[in-house]
Unconditional design. Structure first.
Lengths: 791, 252, 106
């Protein structure tokens, strides 16, 4: 079956990674990069084949109603089977993942080729390519997964590789810290992701028809008549009423959706977990291009699109996604205004553009979001690769205040960079215009099914438009400061400026070419122009949610398109006015004093978000860690238990040693003390002051009978001289009085009787005082062999 | 006159007086009154006084002891206890020995009150007469008649010892004071009543009829003790070598 | 209370013996001179003798006398050997202080 090839797509890069990591350091660079690039290229060709062959056929079949879903499915093996949980390692290639694998493998391939030039002089060449391949494999697992846990494998895998690659030059401490920061923040997001996954499992595992083993699957595979058929699992649209009714008004969808989205904010650098991305620029530039522009950071967007059927049940969650995306877009754009490092500007630009994508999937415009994901992958990767080229030319420095006038010296880099900047600013006819415009259109008319969004859609549109204005402004500020005006570098650097080798510039040109033409994939809805992306993605996303996005047409559409264009051009114009000849004196004047200086300071310091986190989260955490160490580790464990045990043993030894000092008298003391203890623990005398025995041979019954129940009472008051001259008097409850040390009495029937014994006299006692002891004696019925008496 | 000599003289006097006093008391003292306990049942055992020379089993009547006997007992008991305390508190060894001798005489008197006449005599002969003399000889050999002062170390151990002993005394005394006395009768063993209780003949009978083996064993014990004492206390002399002997022989 | 002193019973003898025994115990435990210790041991043996003879009298049994006789003989033997040991020890160490005889320690 052709779908059996699906597993090759992630497998080949992983094999390449294994080869490079294990054997790479011993082999020559040629072999290393041949294997690395080759494995990704092979994955690309397999993906291409599957895309234009079997997947296309499946899509057509679904469109004409002949197939259940537009997806290819491959079951590799059963991963976990515990109780009611059955997770398969299975891949599902549907139209959405098809788009993603094309992007990942193609852009990845180009970046691998670029890296052969960029990292040519690095001593850990093989490790680099190993990590890069590992990343590609993990990303492909993420995208191809058929259930959430397998997606999580890929999710974690890309996080790990991000850490390894950001901190690739870990000899420099701040680079290592950047890697650690990225990983830890990712982890925080992953925790929320896990909680969301558990919540979904808990609430769905009992639902009939979908629950149990397949609660977490995207596509449910079943064999009918010996052939595989797929129906949507967690994505089953029939399920919507179920969720509505069984889990309390879609609350599961709301909470699960928000939790999963928090995971996405960690991975895709949205508020509040975006702070790792600017620091991640410490890694090599190709890494930034691949991971932090094109692929890893888009995993969050992909996940929201994949879970569209769940989000469709909660307009609240979607509103959260859209809102956070929009705010992040604007926020990051503002932060990019004041940055002076080339890559940092691009990092904030990435955060901002991801905000656009999240807003798109948040209002239900899935095809807009994914389309922008694709176009952004191309021009952002290109921007980063161009930045790498520039930095390479500037002998490793990325400070744009020291650049300028590179237009003449780096022609190929320059032309690709210009194309990318125009695209990202949303200018017709480059791809950025179409994708960004679609997002804005989708946001403007957004309306949810049974919740009046009010002016929420318009609000989102406004925020995004301002962000777009900002995008154009800061991108062209960057362009002019780098390529325009006069060169501000020092002479030594100036002498080294040269165009990069072909291995670096060819990918740039390829990406630029694609940036120009990709716009055709998502043409706006004017006069019957086909929106290929929309129709391609339709089988893979929730129709309900898609219907919420706005679909303006006619005048509204033209107005929106026009306004987007105008804003883009305005941003470019503003940048041109201020920066075309180098750093702007007007801006410098404004920021030198008064309110301008304060604003500049705040923006330049990224709104002090990092410092805020340090204060509110990191410091208490470090305090807790240190206190725990001080108290639990040093005091309780070390001092109390370890040293304390030693001290106790020492003291016990000292005490025990006292007993044996060689002196015989000490041992005899032991004997005497032992004797005293024996006396001490033995009983000291009669407990009762008198004892009695009942004559059991005489029948003693419950009913009064003459002559029953004979008892002998004995005074136990000592003997010998102490009772010399004593008399004993017995008093009974029937006023009978007897005298003597031992008396016999007959009771009429069994039961409890109070007996008082009085002793008078005796040696050592005062003859006038009477000592009396009373006790209740209990006589039992004896049904002897003589029978008698009732039972 | 030192404490020692006073103690020695007193002990001697009392020893001379003790025997006749007790004997007189025993023969002359008649029970003052008899009190009979009412009703049946066990009665506390009382001391029964025999007339000297009479062969009687203890009768069931209870008697109050005579005041003279009581005085005599108290006197000799005090001498016992006083002498014991004297022994354990004296620093001077000879003083301690003298105290011990006095104690032994008092114990002999107590034995007489218990109708163990033969043993009283043996007590004086063996203990006071032989063992204490042995002690004196050893003190003279060691030639250190004065003991070292009380040591300050090990006070906790000594305190613990005193406490334990006091408790032991309390419990022992409690138990022994309330010993039940059963009706006096013939003892469990067989003996032929050849004389008074406690007389020499009586003791001889028991010893040479029922306890002949222990008697012979004790004689071996004494032999072993004699040999052992000589072996242990013999001074170590260097063996003379042949050279020395020859040398001395030649030098003469 | 006066009965205790005027009415002498077997208990009196037994308690006397107990008192003497405990005095002997204290002497053994508290004195440092070996000879005093041996004398205290003799004291204990005598106390035991008194007890045996009291019970013999109580039960009108002559076997107690035989036991007491043997006890006296054995006490004599033991005193002889003990004193011989004290003499031997004194000869090598020149003191009879048992607090200083601590070879049993190890």
């Amino acid at each position: 079956m052709k779908s059996d090839l699906i597993y090759l797509i992630p497998m080949l890069p992983l094999l390449g990674a294994a080869f490079n990591l294990i054997l790479g350091p011993k082999l020559s660079r040629r072999v290393v990069h041949f294997v690395a690039v080759g494995s990704v290229a092979a994955a690309f060709f397999v993906a291409l084949y599957l895309f234009v062959g079997p997947l296309w056929d499946q899509y057509q079949a679904h469109k004409h109603g002949k197939a259940h879903t537009a997806a290819l499915y491959q079951h590799v093996y059963t991963w976990i089977e515990v109780g009611s949980l059955k997770l398969d390692l299975a891949f599902a290639l549907d139209t959405l993942s098809g788009v993603m694998i094309m992007v990942v493998t193609f852009v990845g391939m180009l970046i691998h080729i670029y890296s052969t030039g960029y990292m040519a002089h690095d001593k850990r060449y093989a490790a680099y390519f190993g990590y890069l391949n590992l990343f590609t494999g993990a990303m492909l697992i993420l995208v191809l997964a058929n259930n959430l846990p397998v997606m999580f494998i890929g999710w974690e895998g890309v996080g790990l590789c991000s850490y390894l690659l950001i901190g690739f030059w870990f000899e420099k401490e701040e680079f290592a810290y950047a890697g650690r920061k990225a990983f830890i923040i990712n982890r925080v997001g992953d925790f929320a992701f896990l909680l969301g996954m558990f919540l979904i499992w808990m609430s769905m595992s009992g639902v009939e028809g979908i629950g149990g083993a397949h609660a977490l699957d995207f596509y449910k595979a079943a064999t009918e008549n010996g052939t595989w058929t797929l129906s949507h699992g967690i994505t089953d649209s029939h399920l919507q009423p179920w969720l509505w009714n069984t889990v309390g008004d879609g609350r599961m969808a709301l909470i699960g959706g928000i939790l999963l989205f928090i995971g996405a904010t960690g991975k895709s650098a949205q508020i509040p977990l975006y702070i790792w991305l600017p620091d991640a620029m410490a890694g090599p530039t190709p890494v930034s291009a691949l991971i932090h522009a094109a692929t890893m950071v888009t995993a969050g967007v992909y996940m929201v699109a994949r879970m569209s059927f769940m989000y469709a049940n909660s307009t609240g969650a979607m509103a959260v996604v859209a809102g956070v995306g929009a705010i992040t877009a604007l926020f990051a754009a503002i932060m990019a205004f004041a940055q002076t490092d080339l890559k940092k500007v691009l990092a904030y630009s990435t955060i901002s553009q991801l905000g656009f994508m999240f807003t798109a999937v948040g209002v239900g415009a899935y095809s807009a979001g994914i389309f922008h994901l694709v176009t952004h992958a191309f021009f952002k990767a290109g921007l980063f690769l161009a930045a790498g080229s520039i930095i390479h030319a500037m002998s490793g420095s990325g400070d744009i205040t020291k650049m300028g006038g590179l237009r003449a010296k780096l022609p190929r880099t320059h032309i690709s960079f210009l194309i990318y900047c125009v695209a990202i600013s949303g200018i017709f006819p480059l791809s950025g215009f179409f994708s960004k415009d679609e997002i804005l259109a989708g946001a403007f008319g957004a309306h949810a099914q049974d919740w009046s969004w009010g002016l929420y859609g318009e609000f989102l549109w406004l925020v995004l438009t301002l962000a777009a204005l900002g995008t154009a402004f800061y991108m062209f500020r960057l362009y002019f400061l780098v390529f325009g005006g006069e060169c501000r570098a020092d002479d030594e650097t100036k002498a080294h400026i040269h165009e990069s080798p072909a291995s670096m510039t060819v990918p740039l040109l390829i990406l630029a070419g694609f940036t120009c033409v990709l716009g055709g994939l998502g043409l706006p809805h004017i006069g019957g122009l086909p929106n290929l992306m929309h129709s391609w993605l339709e089988p893979s996303v929730s129709a309900t949610a898609s219907a919420w996005a706005g679909h303006p047409h006619g005048v509204t559409l033209y107005a929106l398109m026009g306004s987007a264009l105008v804003f883009g051009l305005a941003g470019i114009g503003l940048a041109y006015a201020l920066y075309s000849k180098g750093p702007s004196e007007a801006v410098a004047r404004w920021t030198s004093g008064g309110i301008g200086a304060k604003v500049h300071k705040v923006v330049y310091n990224k709104f002090y978000v990092d410092e805020f986190y340090e204060l509110v989260i990191l410091r208490p955490f470090r305090w807790i860690a240190r206190s725990t160490w001080e108290f639990v580790d040093k005091f309780v464990i070390d001092t109390v238990f370890v040293t304390g045990t030693a001290v106790v043993v020492d003291v016990a030894g000292r005490i025990a040693r006292w007993v044996q000092n060689g002196q015989v008298q000490r041992y005899m003391v032991g004997i005497v003390v032992g004797a005293a203890l024996i006396f001490g623990f033995s009983s000291r005398g009669p407990a009762d002051k008198f004892g009695y025995t009942q004559d059991m041979s005489v029948a003693c019954g419950a009913t009064p009978a003459p002559g029953a129940c004979m008892v002998t009472l004995r005074a136990d008051v000592g003997a010998g001289p102490s009772v010399q001259g004593a008399h004993v008097v017995w008093r009974f409850s029937d006023k009978l009085v007897m005298r003597g040390f031992e008396v016999k009495k007959t009771f009429s029937k069994a039961g409890k009787y109070k007996v008082v014994m009085e002793v008078q006299g005796g040696a050592l006692q005062d003859a006038k005082k009477t000592r009396s002891y009373s006790r209740t004696i209990e006589l039992k019925t004896t049904m002897g062999k003589a029978g008698g008496g009732a039972k | 006159m030192s404490v020692r000599s006073i103690a020695a003289v007193l002990a001697l006097l009392l020893a001379l007086v003790a025997g006749p006093a007790v004997a007189v008391a025993q023969t002359a003292g008649a029970p003052a009154k008899t009190r009979v306990n009412a009703a049946a049942g066990n009665t506390a055992g009382n001391q029964v006084r025999h007339k000297a020379g009479q062969t009687k089993k203890a009768d069931k009547k209870t008697e109050k002891t005579s005041k003279v006997m009581a005085l005599v007992f108290c006197l000799f008991a005090l001498m016992c206890v006083g002498g014991s305390l004297f022994v354990i508190t004296r620093r001077n060894l000879i003083a301690a020995v003298m105290g011990m001798v006095g104690t032994f005489f008092a114990i002999a008197a107590i034995y007489i009150m218990l109708y163990a006449h033969f043993l009283a005599a043996i007590q004086v002969l063996v203990y006071a007469g032989a063992i204490m003399v042995l002690f004196v000889f050893v003190i003279m050999i060691l030639n250190r008649p004065v003991d070292e002062p009380w040591s300050k170390q090990g006070v906790w151990g000594k305190g613990l010892a005193i406490a334990a002993t006091a408790y032991l005394l309390y419990r022992l005394g409690d138990v022994l004071w309330s010993v039940k006395v059963e009706v006096a009768g013939p003892g469990p063993g067989k003996y032929i009543d050849h004389g008074d209780f406690g007389s020499t003949a009586h003791v001889g009978q028991v010893l040479f009829q029922d306890y002949i083996f222990p008697f012979e064993a004790v004689s071996i014990v004494l032999l072993v003790a004699v040999v052992g004492a000589i072996a242990v206390a013999r001074p170590n002399k260097k063996r003379e070598t042949l050279d020395n002997v020859a040398g001395e022989g030649g030098a003469e | 209370m006066s009965n205790v002193f005027f009415n002498i019973t077997y208990g009196h003898f037994l308690v006397l013996a107990a008192v003497m025994f405990c005095i002997g115990v204290i002497g053994v435990l508290l004195r440092r001179n070996a000879l005093i210790v041996l004398m205290s041991i003799e004291l204990q043996l005598n106390a035991a003798n008194i007890t045996v003879l009291t019970f013999a009298r109580m039960h009108n049994d002559m076997h107690g006398h035989a036991l007491a006789f043997i006890v006296i003989a054995v006490a004599a033997a033991e005193a002889a050997v003990g004193l011989a040991i004290v003499v031997a020890v004194f000869r090598s160490r020149h003191h009879a202080d048992i607090d200083r005889l601590t070879s049993l320690k190890h």
